[in-house]
Ligand binder design. Structure first.
Ligand SMILES: [Zn+2]
Length: 331
């Protein structure tokens, strides 16, 4: 078992090192098949089970795919995280423009060696929770716009977005992804006894969804979700783990894939860490370096009381660009 693990590691390392730096420009469709699957498959993902070495589809990505089509391979809405798939995957199911399939990204951030596919290029997903804030979100959007970088906003609607409707519209108009965080952010309601209450979570998601739809229209459909507090915070006992699994499945049945994070600025942490803009960048760099692999989901918050988050953003973007990361959003 140990040697198999070593093999997986060696293969992953090989593929990581073999990356030639070929990159997809956002929105373009690769025409050269050798460049098409900018997403590579280690080929030894499940040594104990049937071979999973089905070749990667190398036809031009996007051909025959209707934009916005739900990925049919990695998620299907019913699988919980971590599963790999034996089907050939059309890269356009994973990536369209700057948008990546959330369940796939989740696999990548969890353990690259077990993910069915792993991107050659370094990727970072800037994610903001708890907005929209009239004070902070516009500043965040300004920095993103100036840099032509897209991000994913997990909105906390708390009841009524009418006073913040302009910000929600601007977020969508400027090409960012809008995802569901919560309508209530009420841990006692969502996780009574520190255990997920599936009905409460689903009801909260429905409320947040209709709040956002009241602004963007009923044609806006959510597909990405982040558990308030992170899914891993509510798995302290066997029954809590079971409840969390049920919640993930129920969300999947609604067409929502959840995503936590593997790096953070620590902007909303309750501690004495340096929360100056440079302190936030520093902590993001530290957690990025500690993350497994080179797909980074960075947690930040665009909340009223966190004015340093937009101030840190330029430094963060500069850091990831210098390190060769591309910026992605979630779908
Ligand atoms: Zn939150």
């Amino acid at each position: 078992m140990k040697s198999q693990k070593m093999k997986i590691l060696a293969f992953s390392l090989f593929f990581a090192l073999a990356a030639t730096g070929c990159t997809l420009t956002a929105g373009t469709v690769p025409v050269n098949p050798s460049n098409a699957p900018n997403i590579t498959k280690p080929g030894v993902t499940q040594p104990a089970t049937k071979p999973t070495t089905t070749p990667v589809t190398t036809t031009a990505a996007g051909s025959g795919q209707t934009p916005g089509t739900k990925p049919s391979t990695t998620t299907a809405g019913t699988t919980t995280a971590g599963s790999t798939t034996t089907n050939p995957i059309n890269p356009s199911d994973i990536k369209s423009g700057e948008a990546y399939d959330t369940a796939t990204v989740r696999d990548w951030t969890r353990n690259a060696s077990q993910a069915a596919y792993y991107p050659k290029q370094k990727l970072v997903f800037l994610t903001f929770d708890d907005g929209p804030s009239t004070k902070v979100t516009p500043l965040v959007l300004d920095v993103l716009k100036k840099n032509n970088v897209k991000a994913t906003f997990f909105y906390y609607t708390h009841g009524d977005l009418s006073s913040r409707a302009g910000i929600v519209r601007r977020t969508a108009d400027e090409g960012h992804a809008i995802a569901i965080h919560t309508a209530s952010h009420n841990y006692k309601k969502l996780y009574p006894g520190r255990k997920a209450n599936v009905e409460a979570i689903l009801s909260d998601v429905r409320t947040a969804t209709s709040n956002i739809q009241a602004v963007l229209g009923a044609s806006w459909k959510p597909s990405v979700y982040r558990f308030p507090g992170g899914s891993f915070s509510w798995t302290g006992s066997t029954s809590a783990r079971k409840a969390m699994t049920q919640a993930k499945q129920a969300l999947g049945n609604m067409g929502l894939q959840y995503l936590d994070w593997n790096a953070m600025t620590g902007d909303a942490d309750y501690n004495n860490r340096d929360k100056s803009p440079s302190g936030l960048v520093k902590y993001a760099v530290k957690t990025t370096k500690n993350a497994y692999g080179h797909v980074i989901v960075l947690l930040m918050h665009d909340a009223d009381h966190l004015p340093n988050t937009p101030k840190a953003l330029q430094g963060l973007i500069d850091y990831y660009r210098e390190q060769g990361y591309e910026f992605g959003i979630l779908k």
